[in-house]
Design a protein around this ligand. Structure first.
Ligand SMILES: Nc1ncnc2c1ncn2[C@@H]1O[C@H](COP(=O)(O)OP(=O)(O)OP(=O)(O)O)[C@@H](O)[C@H]1O
Length: 298
């Protein structure tokens, strides 16, 4: 485990913001940390970075215990705050060169690493200074900076929240690519972002982890239901399957059918052939993460 959080409680005065939190983050995974505004996500990340003292409990990063005020464990961490700040008159390349010098990166490694990261974050062709960058470009540069020294863990605080759909998709694909060299821990209140790239998801609600599991387990399959697409629309397919014995319904233009056994699945395929319906895709019907969350919070 690259991160182990054990019975962590954090109080600000009388206010208990984290209540006995336990988390284990496996290496080379993308771990989504979801929760509404004010749930305590930033507080836990600051505790992981040794920026806040714990009221009780322990946090270890790459096997080393985090101690408030000490920065030794931060050598394993790259951190992207929600609004990263840079020197506005530098270009991305100049800024990363400065960071490489400050962090004592060996001279021979600087150029290849910086070019590799500029390529990863899609800024390799950009020659203009950072002051001209969009928010998404700044986030992307922030990821490059955080990854510069090959940390074992990349912590990103709401990296997609302020971005438009294109900017969000770019960040998600960069985080996915970063997984080959590090472990990604990112917080978000956008469930669909977590759903797109995470291997594991934990949800913090009022300072308590209310679920934590592999995303595939969380998005349980709905009782033997399958979603089909055909070369015709769902409505047309349904009309071609008139008087069928199968339980079929259409939900938001998706054709969904209940097939409880392998035999039923085979029979249904035969029926589709008999009715000249050509399948484009078939997959198990799963609950979106949002529905899982709503059910847990009920
Ligand atoms: N230094 C502090 N002193 C007192 N209360 C604090 C302090 N820092 C955070 N809090 C409180 O702790 C709670 C959790 O805040 P936190 O910033 O961790 O939430 P969050 O999940 O990151 O929310 P957001 O998505 O809005 O950033 C909030 O009620 C906040 O007011």
């Amino acid at each position: 485990m690259v991160v182990s959080i054990h019975n962590v409680t954090k109080r600000f005065g009388e206010k208990e913001v984290l209540k006995n939190v336990n988390l284990a983050i496996p290496e080379h995974s993308i771990f989504g940390f979801v929760g509404a505004n004010g749930a305590g996500k930033t507080t836990l990340m600051k505790c992981m970075l040794g920026l806040l003292p714990l009221t009780s409990g322990t946090i270890t990063i790459a096997g080393e215990t985090v101690t408030f005020g000490q920065t030794t464990t931060n050598a394993h961490i790259g951190y992207l705050p929600d609004v990263p700040e840079f020197y506005p008159y530098y270009t991305a390349r100049e800024y990363l060169q400065l960071c490489a010098v400050i962090t004592n990166m060996p001279k021979s490694e600087r150029k290849p690493r910086i070019e590799e990261l500029l390529n990863l974050v899609g800024l390799i062709q950009v020659k203009s200074p950072i002051r001209t960058y969009s928010r998404g470009m700044k986030q992307r540069l922030g990821i490059a900076q955080a990854l510069l020294n090959r940390p074992k863990l990349l912590i990103c605080d709401e990296p997609t929240s302020a971005l438009d759909p294109v900017g969000r998709a770019q960040i998600l694909s960069i985080l996915q690519a970063a997984k080959s060299e590090t472990t990604v821990f990112f917080s978000t209140h956008i469930l669909s972002d977590a759903e797109q790239i995470c291997d594991r998801v934990a949800m913090l609600h009022d300072g308590t982890i209310i679920f934590e599991d592999d995303l595939t387990v969380l998005q349980q399959q709905v009782d033997h239901q399958f979603v089909f697409t055909f070369t015709v629309t769902a409505e047309q397919a349904l009309s071609q399957l008139k008087e069928t014995e199968y339980s079929i319904y259409i939900e938001e233009s998706a054709f969904i059918v209940q097939l409880s056994s392998d035999t039923e699945r085979l029979q249904f395929m035969r029926e589709l052939i008999d009715r000249n319906l050509v399948i484009q895709s078939m997959h198990p019907h799963t609950k979106p993460l949002e529905q899982v969350v709503l059910e847990v919070l009920k």
